[in-house]
Design a protein around this ligand. Structure first.
Ligand code: ADP
Ligand code: MG
Length: 320
């Protein structure tokens, strides 16, 4: 488990991390989310033991990182496999040699290295490419090499800094599926820094939204996407009154007599307006939300009906 408590960090006059606190449970798929420049990478580097902070504490499996000496810090970093947007592969080494690199640094015996490289190459689907150099690989393949390399020392955590941000959407999906497999099969906790909301929606179960060095919102991703707090609306680019798309095709149809929206309309005194609805994919499942605006007096009837159907809902009182 990772506990980040009241972390503060400055670069010169700039306070990059402002009193950040969050907890990451074991086996989690955790997102550190926010636009560029808000301090995500800095926080990840502190967590990886690659950067220092002025105050606060980062406690990994009960051990405060600030308390570690140089040698202990080096040992600690074995726990953390890191992958980056630019893959950070050594271009003059082939795939085998790139994956083997950390094990050579740690003076693992040659026979063990070979076994592990083959095992990991199989896991990430690159068995046929072991002799290829990075320049001969696609972006997705390069990231698979980086993932295999990050796994060599059996880390407990994988830290990913925008690792899918330079990849095509379909390649991104396959890399996230690979990370999910690693999380489930190897029990590795994965912490994903990203500014891409589809990545959060596909992969993360818990997240913290960062804005200007502050952790503004933390919680269950599904719950947050349902509640849509202002910090998330901002990230999703939702502005009130701008929900009508400027592209695509508008399709208007009548409500069928047996549908929920029809039944609801029949029960209420005043007509309602559908002000927004969306149908989206979340962790490979389809979901849909509809927002209607009703007369305040009709709220009890509406709530009663939704509760009787076992439908989860939220209300937001509108007042000018
Ligand atoms: P993010 O990953 O969210 O894009 P970063 O953590 O990279 O944000 O950066 C946060 C802020 O800190 C930015 O304003 C960036 O310019 C600044 N910053 C990052 N690293 C350094 C550094 N080594 N020296 C000075 N300023 C830095
Ligand atoms: Mg960054």
């Amino acid at each position: 488990m990772i506990e980040i408590k009241n972390i503060n960090k400055t670069f010169g006059d700039l306070q990059v991390l402002k009193n950040i606190s969050l907890t990451i449970e074991d086996g989690e798929a955790y997102g550190l989310v926010g636009p560029s420049g808000v301090g995500k990478s800095t926080l990840l580097n502190c967590l990886a033991g690659l950067d220092s902070y002025e105050s606060g504490s980062i406690i990994v499996d009960g051990v405060p990182l600030e308390s570690l000496g140089e040698k202990q810090a080096r040992l600690f970093r074995k726990n953390m496999g890191i992958i980056f947007q630019n893959f950070s592969l050594v271009s003059r080494k082939n795939v085998y040699q790139n994956i083997a690199l950390p094990m050579e640094c740690w003076k693992v015996p040659r026979s063990q290295i070979k076994k592990r490289v083959y095992e990991l190459a199989e896991m990430v689907g690159l068995k046929e490419k072991l002799m290829a150099r990075p320049a001969e690989l696609s972006g997705g393949q390069k990231q698979r090499v980086a993932i295999a390399r990050a796994l060599t020392m059996n880390p407990k955590y994988i830290l990913s800094d925008e690792s899918t941000s330079s990849l095509d959407p379909s390649i991104t999906v396959s890399i996230l599926n690979l990370l999910d497999k690693i999380r489930k099969e190897m029990g590795i906790t994965i912490i994903l820094v990203t500014h891409e909301m589809p990545v959060v929606q596909q992969f993360c179960r818990q997240m913290t939204i960062m804005d200007a060095g502050t952790a503004t919102v933390s919680g269950d991703v599904r719950e947050l996407f349902f509640q849509k707090p202002p910090a998330l609306q901002k990230l999703l680019g939702i502005n009130e009154g701008e929900t009508i798309p400027k592209s695509g095709v508008n399709v208007t149809f009548g409500l069928a007599f047996d549908t929920l929206l029809w039944e609801l309309g029949k029960l209420m005194e005043k007509p309602y307006k559908i002000i927004n609805s969306d149908f989206f994919e979340f962790q490979n499942q389809k979901h849909g939300n509809v927002t209607i605006n009703i007369n305040a007096e009709d709220l009890p009837v509406c709530e009663n009906y939704l509760q009787s159907r076992g439908i989860v809902y939220r209300t937001e009182r509108r007042a000018l």
